[in-house]
Design a protein around this ligand. Sequence first.
Ligand code: GAR
Length: 211
Amino acid sequence: MAGISKFRIGVLGSGTGSNFAAIADACLAGRIPAEVALVVSDVEAAGMLEKARERNIPATYLSPGEFRAKLSPEAERTYVKVLKEAGVELVALAGFMRILQGTFLNAFEGRIVNIHPSLLPSFPGLDAWKQALVHGVRVTGCSVHFVDAGMDSGSIIGQQTVPVLDNDTPETLRVRIQAAEHELYPKCLAALARGEVVVQGRRVFFRASFA
Ligand code: GAR
């Protein structure tokens, strides 16, 4: 309805943006009672920025600074400023391949979430689907979790399982996990936007049923 402002999500990513697209399309379809207010990437050529512009969603590249695996302190301040100016209430990381530190974590405390392509705490870090194949697990999946100062280590909000098939390659498994991500992430964000998520220590509960 005109005049009623929606819950505002900011999406950060470094890659192709398939999860961003799933989130944005779920918002547009009303499955998440929110809007993507801003998309930010640390990679100038990220497909995610293009996907955002196709949807008329504000999208910007912001320099990450001089480090490879994290934002510089100055870059963190800029990211926070730009997200706050856009009125972002929840930050959703979607393939953002840098660790966030104090300035950012404090600015959005308890309001940063991430999607990871494994059943955490198994296989944190890079190429989780390859880790699953190397380890020989029969079931893997994806996890949505709150972000803390560690690597894929915050409280788990939701998980979805994916079978590992005998003939899987890293690529076929990656694709199957991503299809599960595109279902799980919008469901978790919808619950967060509705205020249904309750955190008790490391455990996360849902006020309404998690369908
Ligand atoms: C997703 O599969 C996400 O789980 C992964 O990056 C991919 C981004 O794809 N993230 C991590 O591995 C974080 N540790 P997308 O750009 O198509 O959404």
